[in-house]
Write a protein that binds this ligand. Sequence first.
Ligand code: SAM
Length: 193
Amino acid sequence: MNKRIQSIQDFLRDILQAIVKPGDIVLDLTAGRGRDTLFLARLVGSEGKVHAFDIQEEAIEETRLLLREHNLEDRVLLYQWDHGRLLEKVQEPVQAAMFNLGYLPGHNKKITTQASSTLAALEGVLQLLRPGGIISLTLYRGHAGGLEEAQAVEEYLRNLSRQHFCVLRGEYINQVSDAPYWILVQKNKGDTE
Ligand code: SAM
């Protein structure tokens, strides 16, 4: 096996790959440059669907171009929209959702995800998540507001019922204390949709 654990995103994608099947419906709450959206579009196959959100026009356009380059535009719905208002756009059950928080690298660092809308988005996703379905979050503490957002997300997730959800957190313990880290949330099987 030639697996590396240097990239949080690669690690999370491996987990998602084991849970998302062709034909599934999934969410990318922070499309950014479109790399996670592209990954999800491949996973769900031609019968599946990705709903991808970003508030920035540049991010939506960059994501659209990447999908077009790979001929995968048809299975992705792109929304230039605040993910905190997710439920106004999506009402169907989903198998997975990805949050890659923070700002769009190479763009305005002041446009970052915020605790209030991230929590609203999480609440929405939890309502849509199918039993066995998963949410991945990549959290950043190094930029202004990042630590507060990460703390708010953790506080919220820490209080989820363990009867219904499993919440797991992972971080590099030999790096600087504000290095990025991840959280996975899975809805327990046996829960009704
Ligand atoms: N997943 C992306 C990729 O694969 O390239 C990277 C995402 S980037 C770290 C975070 C993104 O969240 C930015 O593009 C930013 O515009 C977006 N964002 C910030 N607040 C948002 C909100 N309220 N709703 C939707 N997207 C938001």
